[in-house]
Design a protein around this ligand. Sequence first.
Ligand code: DER
Length: 222
Amino acid sequence: TSSDYDKKAAGEKSVDFIEDGMTIGLGSGSTVYWMMKKLSQKVEQGFQVKGIPSSQRTERWAKELHIPLTNFHEVQTLDLSIDGADEIDPHLNLLKGGGGSLVREKIVNTASHYVVIIGEKPKLVSHLGNTAVPVEILPFGWEMTANYISHFGCTPILRQKDGDTFISDNGNYIVDCAFEPISNPKALHDQLKGLVGVVETGLFVNLADTVVISEDQTINIL
Ligand code: DER
């Protein structure tokens, strides 16, 4: 489908941002897979990079693709992160977490000097909120935490996977929260983040520096 082509094109184009010797954040999702596949070809030709994976799935891919890995014990900052997104607004604020990796993704992206987001045209929205906002919460007392979240105008749905409650790489739950189009993503993030039991939200505000939509369209921060 065109989406798969666009994902592959955007993923491969984003590798142009990686310079020899960089320490990079490896995002999560199917678009990032194409970036990693292209990067592994450059590594095979002698390109020196080390990556910190933002999910166990990305870590598995890196090992399969022979992309060298490091961790936050070895490095203090990352030169660059490349990650996907579910929605991208005109200010390059993002809605992420469709793949359930939002906590480690936000940690990795926040630790990076520069963040490149790869996506395709349908993800460009005027306002975040077309899809539900994933919120990672602790399992203990999750019903109370979901209730607190609902006070901000949504019905939190406990994410399921293969018929069971989805468990994140960090051993937590995720509730998907559908809000009306979000006029102020930062305010909503701050409200949610302030609640007892909330670990992190899928609202990535003021983190992305550049968005690569396909090989012919790159959008820089407004
Ligand atoms: O979960 C995430 O935030 C991912 O980056 C993700 O949603 C993008 O996934 P995709 O590249 O498979 O569309």
